[in-house]
Design a protein around this ligand. Structure first.
Ligand code: SF4
Length: 468
């Protein structure tokens, strides 16, 4: 059989954008660097898939060691199906209509087979469903008699007791019926993707929201290189959807949008400055004794499979924190860290409560994980005043020339203090700490310290009366 043209990942890429598929296959050197967040997702997905095999033990593993083995493993899979002594196959390899798939788990049930694909997430996205429909299409093409096709995903309500119970950790959902109903559509999507790969030059596709959704595309650096820096697409205070609506209606530069409410933001975008409504910002921050603020930076870990008793999947724990108190007689830094496998992380609550005794406000810039954590952290003193810039900036008409709808601290720092050394991505810090805590803990603490000091500068800059 001829070598395949498409895999699950390239097919999914084609659904996001045909040009992305073409560039991926024909111009891979134009690809952007893989982000830390994408890398972390990839590693997590693989680990959870392997763990789920224990629900169906004793299988044979068809995982190819390299792409050169795909065809061998496909042949071996077909042979294994005929062998009555083999009842479970992991990473079964099939090919049909030039599409190659590797199915996580295939289980024999009488004369038929149960196909199982494992997802490490808490919800089944449209992408996961499309991925499953493609696999079903290929299995059907191979005339594999199926009793069911199911997706296993993580049960967010599962709580780890004394030992891990896989049957409770995962939720199963049959997708055989919708996959069957989608066969025709899947076939036509495969056809379209294959046609794209026959082109002699990249298809004409203009940029759109799909460059970022459902996943940031690998070729943004290439396709967006001619978008001017003051393009309306970088008006970060508006949703990407809204920005593209203007853009597609030929409103591409700030002066073309006549919107009185946004006039200050548009002017700032034109001048490549940030904008904030200081009155709103100060109202949001509220009153606190400005003599004793403490700036904090947390590093959260969310394990798909809970590692500590009493924890649920993806429940955040704090692996490290740095606190900076600039206003005491001597500037002070407090660092705290722990390992992912130890319940000692709960001592963070004492650390924070103690710190509060010499503080008037805890100032942070943390994303939604912080919110998830704070909701459940009833061991933390209720009277602590938290000022979270990630929450209050959107309420203060904040705009920074950027594609991001939620600019993070690193981005804001780069804009305000372009000559400072950029902060290291949190996802990389987390990876360093999880990979080798003994070796990397000091290095990570230093970076977190940098975050806190930098936040102090941002706070001063945004709240002071100097012209922005
Ligand atoms: S950046 Fe956008 S237009 Fe370019 S390949 Fe990716 S999704 Fe398609």
């Amino acid at each position: 059989m001829a070598k395949h043209l498409l895999s699950k990942s390239t097919y999914i890429k084609s659904l996001q954008c045909q040009k992305a598929l073409y560039l991926h296959k024909k111009r891979p050197f134009l690809r952007d660097k893989m982000s830390a967040v994408q890398l972390a997702k990839f590693r997590r997905g693989t680990a959870v898939g392997v763990l789920a095999r224990n629900l169906y033990p004793g299988g044979i593993d068809m995982t190819p060691k390299s792409p050169s083995q795909y065809q061998i493993k496909r042949d071996e899979t077909l042979l294994a199906l005929q062998n009555p002594e083999i009842n479970v196959i992991y990473e079964a390899v099939f090919q049909y209509d030039d599409v190659l798939i590797m199915l996580d788990i295939l289980v024999r049930e009488g004369e038929k087979w149960r196909a199982i694909e494992v997802k490490s997430s808490r919800v089944l996205s449209e992408t996961y469903l499309q991925d499953a429909y493609l696999q079903y299409y290929v299995l059907k093409g191979n005339e594999i008699p199926l009793i069911d096709f199911e997706l296993l995903y993580v049960n967010e309500d599962y709580e780890l007791k004394d030992e891990l119970k896989l049957a409770e950790l995962f939720i199963s959902q049959s997708v055989m019926l919708p996959a069957e109903e989608s066969l025709e559509k899947t076939a036509s999507q495969v056809l379209e993707a294959k046609a794209t790969l026959q082109l002699t030059k990249s298809p004409e596709v203009s940029i759109g929201t799909y460059c970022y959704k459902p996943y940031p595309c690998d070729f943004i650096g290439h396709c967006w290189k001619n978008v001017p820096q003051n393009s309306i697409l970088y008006l970060s205070s508006q949703t990407l959807q809204q920005r593209f609506e203007w853009y597609n209606n030929d409103i591409q530069l700030p002066e073309q949008l006549h919107n009185a409410e946004l006039s200050d933001q548009l002017m700032a975008l034109n001048q490549q400055k940030l904008f904030i409504n200081r009155n709103l910002l100060l109202k949001e921050i509220g009153n606190f004794d400005t003599e004793k603020p403490t700036y904090l930076k947390f590093l959260f870990h969310q394990a798909a499979v809970p590692e500590l008793k009493g924890m649920k999947p993806y429940e955040p724990i704090i692996l490290a924190v740095s606190a900076f108190q600039p206003s005491n007689t001597v500037q002070q830094i407090h660092n705290w860290s722990c390992s992912a496998e130890s319940a000692e992380w709960k001592s963070i609550f004492q650390f924070l409560n103690k710190l509060w005794e010499s503080s008037s406000a805890f100032i942070v810039h943390e994303d939604r994980v912080f919110g998830e954590f704070a909701k459940k952290a009833d061991e933390i003193r209720q009277e602590i005043k938290w000022v979270n810039y990630a929450d209050i900036l959107p309420k203060s008409d904040f705009m920074i020339p950027s594609i991001s709808e939620n600019p993070d601290q690193k981005l804001i720092q780069q804009h305000i203090f372009p000559n400072q050394k950029p902060l290291k991505d949190e996802a990389w810090l987390l990876k360093d700490l999880l990979d080798d805590p003994a070796k990397n803990s000091k290095k990570v603490s230093l970076q977190l310290e940098q975050y806190t000091k930098n936040l102090a500068e941002i706070h001063k800059y945004l709240t002071s009366s100097i012209e922005i």
